[in-house]
Design a protein around this ligand. Structure first.
Ligand SMILES: Nc1ncnc2c1ncn2[C@@H]1O[C@H](COP(=O)(O)OP(=O)(O)OP(=O)(O)O)[C@@H](O)[C@H]1O
Ligand SMILES: [Mg+2]
Length: 379
């Protein structure tokens, strides 16, 4: 696959390059004629428009790489053209260089306020014009390349994660089946359980990677519905956390038997799963973990707290950052990738809520507490 990618890049770089297109917008032919000649003799393709409407038609149909814009024109002046282009997500990346007369500071300031990228004063020096054009073309090419590479990276990540999920589900299913049906002795059972936990951990990493990417790209919407949170928490403990891990700590539940709250149940379940998994893997065997939940002042709160080392303020500030790990050492020996809390933060924000950290746990000498908050539906 890597070889294929390398070949693709070589092929792309050997493709003949199209000349860049510059759009000159100016109502006076005499005035733009010189600029047109200078640009054409340097290999650029030049389009001209004598008013704002013509300019927008060219932008729509020919996607120029740079616009040289005069301000004083009939049928829509340069300010309006600038505003229209810069307010359109499709066009806003096209650099606009405004042509002004010397000392016309007001025009310059207004054009910059409307999103223009730069300006040139008349009479225009050919070398200054060419230097500006070259500079903007270079940065445009660079940002396109960055975009292309990050799209490629994203596509590859999605493809790898997608392709790994099938075989991984089969590994998980088969180990599960083996430990349930085969007559295994206790040592073999331990080995099967170990393998199952590792496979589940890989599944969680893949899911976190996929969802963090999705949320970052904005292609993710929470599915809010009224849910019994007390039920949700109990189900997470029963079905999403390995029983052997739960056995090593003492989990105390402090909340009502039933509490209805608007949330995305899948997202919130994964947040609880992440917080409890962390609490188990970063605290000593046999220690207590508290899960507390309640509603108060039109907000829902849920906290997960565990004993263990105090996390310094500086580390707390970075704890939700992608791939941040205060310590890679966990009691269980599980090595994560530092995406669990990033996922929790994004998942809470996608539901209109947030997550906070405090360490030591308020009222304790040690430990860490994570608290999520969601707004209660007004009724
Ligand atoms: N309950 C906790 N107690 C102590 N430290 C914690 C706790 N939760 C998180 N941390 C610290 O914050 C870091 C980031 O947590 P996060 O859940 O994002 O990553 P991870 O658990 O290391 O890996 P992943 O969740 O991706 O498998 C952890 O590596 C750990 O140093
Ligand atoms: Mg984690």
């Amino acid at each position: 696959m890597i070889l294929g990618l390398e070949r693709m890049t070589v092929l792309e770089s050997t493709k003949a390059k199209k000349p860049a297109t510059i759009l000159i917008v100016d109502d006076e032919e005499n005035s733009f004629d010189v600029r047109k000649r200078v640009l054409e003799s340097n290999g650029y393709r030049v389009l001209t428009a004598k008013n704002g409407l013509e300019a927008l038609t060219h932008v729509e149909q020919k996607s120029p790489d740079i616009i040289l814009l005069d301000i004083m024109m009939p049928y829509m002046n340069g300010f309006e053209v600038c505003e229209r282009i810069k307010s359109s997500p499709k066009w806003r990346d096209i650099p606009i260089i405004v042509i002004t007369v010397l000392n016309d500071t007001q025009t310059y300031i207004r054009a910059i306020d409307l999103g223009a990228d730069d300006f040139l004063t008349r009479p225009i020096e050919p070398s200054a014009l060419l230097a500006r054009v070259r500079g903007y073309l270079r940065s445009r090419e660079l940002s396109r390349e960055v975009e292309r590479v990050s799209r490629l990276k994203q596509d590859l990540t999605d493809m790898i994660i997608h392709d790994l999920r099938g075989p991984l589900s089969s590994v998980i299913g088969n180990i599960d089946l083996l430990s349930m049906t085969a007559n295994l002795d206790s040592e073999a059972k331990d080995i099967a359980e170990h393998a199952l936990n590792s496979a589940l951990q890989i599944k969680k990493m893949l899911q976190d990677m996929l969802e963090v990417e999705k949320m970052e790209s904005g292609s993710f919407a929470a599915n809010m519905e009224i849910t019994d949170i007390s039920d949700l928490i109990k189900k997470v403990l029963e079905y999403r956390i390995s029983a052997s891990e739960l056995d090593k700590v003492k989990v105390n539940l402090h909340g009502p038997d039933s509490l209805k709250q608007s949330c995305d149940p899948e997202l919130l379940s994964r947040v609880v799963q992440n917080l409890v998994t962390n609490a188990i893997k970063f605290s000593a065997a046999g220690s207590e973990i508290n899960i507390r939940w309640h509603s108060e002042n039109e907000s829902f709160f849920m906290g997960v707290e565990n004993h263990g080392a105090v996390i310094e303020k500086k580390q707390q500030e970075r704890i939700f950052d992608k791939y941040f790990q205060a310590s890679k050492e966990s009691r269980t020996g599980q090595k994560g990738i530092g995406l669990g809390l990033t996922f929790c933060k994004m998942a809470m924000e996608a539901q209109g809520g947030n997550i906070q950290v405090s360490s030591p746990v308020p009222g304790w000498d040690d430990g860490i507490r994570f608290e999520v908050q969601l707004p209660c539906p007004s009724n």
